[in-house]
Write a protein that binds this ligand. Structure first.
Ligand code: A2R
Length: 323
């Protein structure tokens, strides 16, 4: 138990709320009708924030209201919901929840890839609509003999690649740097990887540095038998360019777990039969979301017990309390 005041910006999972209620003084911002007045009164006492990718962006305007903020503990491995550069400038540590979701996201990615290629949701609809009674489901494309390119061979990208090894497909990747200790072919240019692949799996962080990495040119290079799988962030793919490519047959199909303006999905995608669309569920099992929630709590508890953050993000490396 610490005496630290922690602010939660919007309701989070019970594991986080109960954990923080036990460990510190938790303030629930959403319960205050006059948030301005609340922040004026309590803001200066707040030393930690717990937040989630689902609820708006944490940036300078909120940091200004919390002059004694030391740490932001964010739920999710992606933390494009927090201005980590600005936090770093102010000496605020930001933590995320890496590692505990790698296998779950990788499992879902393989499921989405197979669902997209073998048209599993379409086949399910076909049966339920009674169409099987009139004739067999049409033959589908295949994963056999495919060349899979992974964009972003990080923790999750590697977990996906390990699974793909079992499928006997060829695996290559692109990132800004070559990864040590892997035997997959490295493409220093994304265009080169797209040209050499007929499946692209996108699993980079979101944010400005990856915005619209997958654009019309990359989709054209992927080609007419190509399949795009996006389990990263919607912002990484130029959604309008993707819609055009799917309409024109520039690529074959797509499996998408993330979108540019969630939870709104363009009607044009919804109406397409040759795509598989998921409501951002890659890490969304009870098991894994609880593990992520626990890591949000553990980061704050560790910090306020003087043991430093467990999983600080790159932009706010921890150099000890004195640094
Ligand atoms: O570029 P590198 O060598 O730093 O490799 C990272 C790659 N990456 C990029 N690749 C191409 N262009 C970029 N601008 C770019 N920025 C980053 O993405 C690295 O291999 C990979 C990210 O790996 P990790 O940091 O280990 O993240 P993790 O845990 O695999 O999660 C990836 C993303 C999250 O940020 C969420 O957006 C999503 O998966 O759930």
């Amino acid at each position: 138990m610490t005496t630290a005041d922690i602010l939660m910006t919007a309701p989070m999972m019970p594991v986080v709320i109960e954990g923080l209620d036990k460990a510190c003084r938790l303030h629930r911002l959403w319960e205050h009708e006059d948030r301005d007045a609340f922040l004026r009164e309590v803001g200066p006492r707040i030393r930690g924030v717990a937040t989630s990718t689902l609820y708006g962006r944490l940036e300078a305007s909120l940091f200004d209201r919390l002059p004694n903020l030391e740490i932001v503990s964010s739920f999710g491995v992606g933390y494009d919901n927090v201005d980590a550069v600005e936090a770093g400038r102010r000496g605020i540590v930001v933590t995320n929840t890496p590692g505990v979701l790698d296998d779950e996201v990788a499992d879902l990615t393989i499921g989405l890839l197979l669902a997209t290629l073998r048209k599993i949701p379409q086949a399910d609809r076909y049966l339920r609509e009674g169409r099987w009674l009139k004739g067999p489901f049409p033959l589908s494309p295949t994963l056999r003999e495919r060349k899979v390119g992974i964009v972003g061979l990080g923790r999750i990208g590697k977990a996906i690649a390990r699974r793909l090894e079992g499928f006997g497909v060829s695996i290559a990747y692109h990132g800004r740097t070559r990864q040590e200790g892997v035997s997959y072919a490295y493409h220093p240019s994304l265009l080169g990887l797209a040209e050499a692949s007929d499946v692209l799996i996108v699993i980079t962080p979101g944010g400005v540095s990856t915005k619209h990495l997958i654009n019309a040119e990359i989709l054209k290079a992927l080609g007419s038998s190509g399949v795009l799988i996006n389990v990263a962030r919607g912002s990484v793919v130029d959604e309008q360019a993707l819609i055009e490519a799917l309409k024109a047959g520039t690529i074959l199909s797509a499996g998408l777990d993330v979108f540019e303006d969630e939870p709104r999905v363009p009607q044009e995608l919804i109406e397409m039969e040759h795509v598989v669309l998921l409501p951002h569920i890659a890490s969304a099992s009870v098991h894994t979301r609880n593990a992520m929630a626990q890591l949000v709590v553990d980061n704050l508890v560790s910090w306020f017990e003087g043991r430093g953050p467990l999983t600080p993000v790159l932009e706010t490396p921890y150099r000890g309390r004195e640094a």
